[in-house]
Design a protein around this ligand. Sequence first.
Ligand code: HPA
Ligand code: ZN
Length: 334
Amino acid sequence: MTIERFIAGLPKAELHLHIEGTLEPEMALALGRRNGVVLPWANTSELRAAYDFANLQEFLDLYYHGTRVLIEERDFHELTMAYLRRAGAQNVRHAEVFFDAQAHTARGVPFATVIDGIWRGLREGEQEFGVSSRLILCFLRDRPIAEAEEILDQALEYRDRLVAVGLDSAEVGNPPGKFADLFARARRWGLLAVAHAGEEGPAEYVRQVVERLGASRIDHGNRVLDDAALVHKLARVGMPFTVCPLSNLRLGVVARMADHPLQRMLDAGLLVTVNSDDPAYFGGYVNENYLAAAVALGLDEETLRGLARNSFAASFLDEAAKRNYIAKVDSYGT
Ligand code: HPA
Ligand code: ZN
């Protein structure tokens, strides 16, 4: 079996996926037309040509610009269905999906519109494509804490639809510790916590996410390798890392895929998973991420199986569901 076919058939979970980052150029232009939002790009090739980022901030500027076409409930529903269709076709059996509510409410789109559209998409997508899901509300760390507090108030009216809160957007200069009280409040409501850290920011931010936000997973986390004692501790407790190889390449976190720290993280005993982050912007969905890493780093089938096992182990599924999926990974391709 070729490595492409092995990856294509491998059952897997995706744990680091921004639903707004699945907005393909074709859909962005179509929704722009439907909603009367004028975009600065005339066609998909102009839009794709703009996807040339030097760093996280350049990407975020384009990403938030793209969100402006998402206005009606059906826009969020269609976006979510399109992602789950692709995920199902790539043998993603379970997806834990981030959404950036503040990117929408700050433009005057009601929280209810956003969560109702995504929620309906997740429910229909599960029926149609067989992909189960959980939903994670991300706070934007480069916006005021008071705004995040208000969003949490609104989100708590939909407590049952959420499994966790997260933290994303521009990392450097926005340390996780700033959000300790907010996360404590979310956790009192029984929500789990995840947070982006160590993508562009230092290992110290990874430490804060664990020690001050009570996170159950680290999103990205590459820079943890700069702190050997922290690596040792997080390996020992089995803290999961949601690594995104093509994102790291496209945002200049690594200069070449061959330099990617994924293998070093595995060698250090960390619980690593592979994810697509913002697949419409970074040149690939989850299978393309597995493939790019496998080719550049020479990952063999057992290592790929291990990454897929980790993706279920690190998910917020119940223990029985995890065991069931992990057994499917164990018997895959043998
Ligand atoms: N990093 C930080 N914030 C984000 C990202 C990312 O990769 N994608 C969407 N928001
Ligand atoms: Zn991300």
